[in-house]
Design a protein around this ligand. Structure first.
Ligand code: PAF
Length: 286
């Protein structure tokens, strides 16, 4: 496996392969790779001829009081995973190479970014949209894979690729979960053993909302209160949001008439967790 650090070298590698008609797959990450990343890498390996994984803890998507400094950076563990999964290039740019002196362009996707995560983390999605656009410009992939775990991010990336005609095929893969249902996340390692035990409450809350819909409930308020009830059983958990949305626009719905996404974010001590479930309405009896 090749490790590339400079954007110019990354572009040169990709351009050479593109000229030969090789299909380039790409999995952008911030490292601390877990089974969720691994499943994206495996799928990309199956779908594409050449495979690039980027490892870059992007400073611009962290707020001033967030965990940028302590974000895990187990680079040799990450490279081992990439090697085992048959990755061709691990792209590890530095912050200076990504944001050199004079850098000033920002990509924003306001309608997708303003709600939910965007309300709690106001600069987050501009950071994500900008870095993803830059990474696409450097890796020049035909296809890029993202996890459904970051649902709002996946909607944002699909929108920006369409709006800016970036010509990258975006594939969103299902969330990989621990045995008890907790969505895999690099931030799960911040949880104490006690918090880890309670972290599954978010998934259980989404499941409670999904059950209301699958058994014929259509009132979004009822769905939200079923979700909230599960969380309030755990007095130490606080809720940032629990919502029922249109999966394409991320606007909240009042009534569930077709497929919706249930989005949730909670805080357990100093750890913030997000998760989501796509839910179909039950078939109508004729
Ligand atoms: O999902 C992530 O790990 C990051 O937001 C991404 C897409 C790699 C951009 O920094």
């Amino acid at each position: 496996m090749k490790i590339i650090r400079s954007p110019a070298a990354m572009i040169a590698w990709s351009e050479a392969l593109r000229r030969e008609g090789v299909t380039i797959g790409f999995v952008p990450t911030m490292g601390a790779l877990h089974e969720g990343h691994r499943s994206l890498i495996r799928e990309a390996r199956l779908q594409c001829d050449a495979l690039v994984v980027s490892i870059f803890v992007n400073p611009t998507q962290f707020g001033p009081h967030e965990d940028l400094a302590k974000y895990p950076r187990p680079i040799s563990h990450d490279r081992t995973i990439c090697r085992k999964e048959g990755v061709d290039v691990c792209f590890e740019p530095t912050a200076e190479a990504m944001y050199p002196a004079g850098f000033q362009t920002t990509v924003t996707v306001p309608a997708v970014a303003h709600r939910w995560e965007g309300e709690v983390r106001p600069h987050h999605f501009a950071g994500v949209a900008t870095v993803v656009t830059k990474l696409f410009g450097m890796v020049r992939p035909h296809r890029a894979l993202f996890g459904q775990k970051d649902f709002q991010q996946s909607v944002l990336v699909q929108r920006l690729v369409k709006d800016l005609n970036l010509g990258v095929d975006i594939v969103v893969r299902p969330t990989v979960r621990e045995q008890d249902g907790l969505a895999m996340s690099s931030r799960n390692m911040y949880l104490s053993p006690d918090e880890r035990g309670r972290a599954v409450t978010l998934y259980k809350s989404l499941q409670a909302g999904a059950k209301v819909i699958r058994t014929g409930g259509t009132d979004a308020k009822t769905v939200r209160s079923a979700m909230a009830q599960v969380i309030t059983r755990e007095s130490t958990i606080t809720t940032d949001y629990l919502t029922v949305c249109d999966p394409l626009t991320l606007e909240p719905v009042a009534s569930v008439r077709s497929r919706v996404v249930l989005l949730g974010a909670i805080r357990l001590g100093s750890v913030r967790l997000i998760d989501n479930l796509l839910v179909n309405t039950p078939p109508q009896n004729s």
